[in-house]
Structure formats: structure tokens, C-alpha cells
Write a protein that binds this ligand. Structure first.
Ligand code: SAM
Ligand code: DTB
Ligand code: SF4
Length: 327
């Protein structure tokens, strides 16, 4: 007998989960986490902006959009050697994955793309996992990235389909989904999440989580970012998010995507250690490690090492590479 098709997850079900009493929700998520993962282990990625600023997209949260007035210094595409040096430092600093970000609307088939392929290949040869986020890409470009050694492609849905146009007008949700399909088809792992605290409603946060969870298969990596407010952007003065909203989002992501890595991503430096602890309990098992995200500061390794020690977490690797890196 053919098994009946599973009923699709509805947004109402996600809403019910999201609005459960906080401690019940966290308890359930922690149980799910422990059933699918080693709850002591936290995966650590380090970010590098390989091309900074002057981006054509109008993302209202971003320091790098040419439509915004942040006082960010623009920088052309780095040289492969510079990226390789940063990757060595990231490895020595305890990261297991190196993520390269470019402020592009989309990849173009030109010499810059050839250089990015070279960078990916070089970073991969250091025995690090590789991740890239370079904007929209075609199926053919996705295949070239995969062939160069890119393990993960990060491309976020950012928010609910309804709120999307309030935040970005120069591309659509559909555009994002098309790139994600190309990434998947090329055989790379998908890193896809969003940003909370952009003035969206709770219903929008639920909508985002629903969209992530109904992807087949769901993303292997789910970054939950809290908005890092940037002066000169339209979202600079949005009131900060209540701490329980991050915990709820992490917990719901964990329950709906039990096998995925859920990353407590940007915004950790503005969160209390207690709130972060609750996120780890609720199933977050990945972070960005180091002093810098793409264009904004991160908590830094020393503080994170202390936090991991306090919570009994592991995953910041003391690498032998520290000895061979010349700074
Ligand atoms: N340009 C590419 C793109 O948009 O896909 C890659 C780089 S972009 C900076 C990567 C992601 O960083 C965005 O999708 C967004 O989710 C996140 N991000 C950017 N600025 C942020 C901010 N101020 N606070 C939190 N997350 C942010
Ligand atoms: C993701 O979801 N968060 C990272 C990564 N993917 C590329 C980026 C966070 C950027 C935070 C703001 C900045 O440093 O510019
Ligand atoms: Fe450009 Fe990405 Fe920033 Fe949007 S989020 S402005 S696409 S760099």
C-alpha cells in the first residue's frame, strides 16, 4: 500500500507553535535538539567581505547598498592572496567554515567571477568548509561554484513574502527562490534564513519561518540574524527586538527543521549572555566567530570562548595552524 502523502505544514500551525508559552516552546525545542544533534557542539563560521559597498540593491537594512547613506568605505574585489591569508587566520582562530560575502546584486560572468572561483578553490585547499554569498546566480554559475569547491551558498529570504517589498524593492521573493533552486540543483548545501527586528510584525516572523520550513528539503543551515542597526539606512532607528522573539524564532526553526544547523547569526553582540544561552538551549548550534561580521563588529573570539566555557559548549577549535600563520 502506498503511504499517504504527508499533509503540508500550514502557517497557522507555525503560528500556534511560535505563540506557545515560552518555556514550553523552549523545552520542546531542546528535546528535539538533543534527539538530532550533540547539544554541546556549536559550529563556528568566520565571515569576510571580499567586495564591499556600492551594491545596486536597495535593501533597507544594509550598510552596503548604494541607495543608503552609511559612511562605509567601498572596496573593490580583494586579491586571492588577501582572502587566503584571512582564511588561514580564521582557521587558526578556531573556525571550521569560511564565508565570503560580496556586495553584488548578482554574479556577472567576468574576470571578477573567475577570481572568486580561484578564491573558493584556494580556501577549500586549506581544509576549511567554504561558503559564499554573492547575490543572485544562474544555474550555470552555481555549477561553476560547486566545481570550484563551494560547499554552501548563503542566500536569505530575510522576512515574510508580505513584508519583503517594505524592505527591498529591487528584487522579489521569487528571484530569491530561483537562486536557491539553482544552488540546490548544482548540489551545494543551502544556507538560508532571515533578519528579525526590521519593524516587521510577529506574523511576518512566523511567515518567514514557514517559508523556510516548507522548502524541500529545508536549508541545511538557517541563519537567524537580529538587525544590526546601521546609521544612514532607513532602518537605523527601528526599536530593538524583544529578546524572547529571537528565542522563539530559534526554537521554532529547531522544531520545524530538526536536522538543520540553526545559526544565532548577526546581532549577538547586542544580546545578553543569558538570552544567548536560552537560544543555545532552544537549539541554536552555529555562530559567527571573530571580531568582524561583514561590515560590522562581532563579539570576538575571547568573549565567545568565555561564554562557551560557562555554558559547557564546544566547537571553537584551537588549531595547529596558529603556529604557521604569519601575520
Ligand atoms: N549581496 C548578497 C545578498 O544579499 O545575498 C550577499 C551579502 S548580504 C550582506 C548577506 C545577508 O546579510 C543579507 O541577506 C542579510 O540577510 C544579512 N544582513 C545584511 N545587513 C544586515 C544587518 N544590518 N543586520 C543583520 N543582517 C544583515
Ligand atoms: C547571514 O545570514 N548573516 C551574515 C551572512 N549571512 C553573510 C551577514 C551578517 C551581516 C551583518 C551586517 C554587516 O556586518 O554588514
Ligand atoms: Fe547588496 Fe546584499 Fe546588502 Fe542587499 S544585503 S544591499 S544585496 S550587499
Amino acid at each position: 500500500m502506498v503511504a499517504p502523502a504527508p499533509t503540508p505544514l500550514t502557517r497557522t500551525e507555525v503560528a500556534e507553535l511560535y505563540r506557545r508559552p515560552l518555556l514550553d516552546l523552549v523545552f520542546e525545542a531542546a528535546r528535539m535538539h538533543r534527539a538530532h544533534h550533540d547539544a554541546q557542539q556549536v559550529q563556528c563560521s568566520t565571515l569576510l567581505s571580499i567586495k564591499t559597498g556600492a551594491c545596486q540593491e536597495d535593501c533597507k537594512y544594509c550598510s552596503q547598498s548604494a541607495h543608503n547613506n552609511s559612511d562605509l568605505e567601498r572596496e573593490k574585489l580583494l586579491q586571492t592572496d588577501q582572502v587566503l591569508q584571512a582564511a588561514r587566520l580564521a582557521k587558526a582562530g578556531g573556525a571550521d567554515r569560511f564565508c565570503m560575502g560580496a556586495a553584488w546584486r548578482a554574479i556577472k560572468d567576468n574576470a571578477d567571477f573567475d577570481r572568486v572561483l580561484e578564491m573558493v578553490h584556494a580556501v577549500k585547499s586549506l581544509d576549511l568548509e567554504t561558503c559564499g554569498t554573492f547575490g543572485m546566480l544562474t544555474p550555470a554559475q552555481a555549477l561553476r561554484l560547486k566545481a570550484a569547491g563551494l560547499d554552501y551558498y548563503n542566500h536569505n529570504l530575510d522576512t515574510s513574502p508580505e513584508y519583503y517589498a517594505e524592505v527591498i524593492t529591487t528584487r522579489t521573493y521569487e528571484d530569491r527562490l530561483n537562486t536557491l533552486a539553482a544552488v540546490r540543483k548544482a548540489g551545494m548545501k543551502v544556507c538560508c534564513g532571515g533578519i528579525l527586528g526590521m519593524g516587521e510584525s510577529e506574523e511576518d516572523r512566523i511567515g518567514l519561518l514557514h517559508q523556510l520550513a516548507i522548502q524541500t528539503p529545508p536549508p541545511e543551515s538557517v541563519p537567524i540574524n537580529a538587525l544590526v542597526p546601521i546609521e544612514g539606512t532607513p532602518l537605523a532607528d527601528v526599536p530593538p527586538l524583544a529578546w524572547d522573539q529571537m528565542v522563539r524564532a530559534v526554537a521554532v526553526a529547531r522544531i520545524l527543521m530538526p536536522n538543520s544547523m540553526v545559526r544565532l547569526a548577526a546581532g549577538r553582540h547586542a544580546m545578553s549572555e543569558e538570552a544567548q544561552a536560552m537560544c543555545f538551549l532552544a537549539g541554536a548550534n552555529s555562530i559567527f566567530l571573530g571580531d568582524q561580521l561583514l561590515t560590522t563588529p562581532n563579539r570576538g573570539k575571547d568573549r565567545d570562548q568565555e561564554l562557551f566555557h560557562r555554558l559547557g559548549l564546544e566547537g571553537i577549535h584551537a588549531s595547529e595552524a596558529a603556529v604557521v600563520v604569519e601575520v
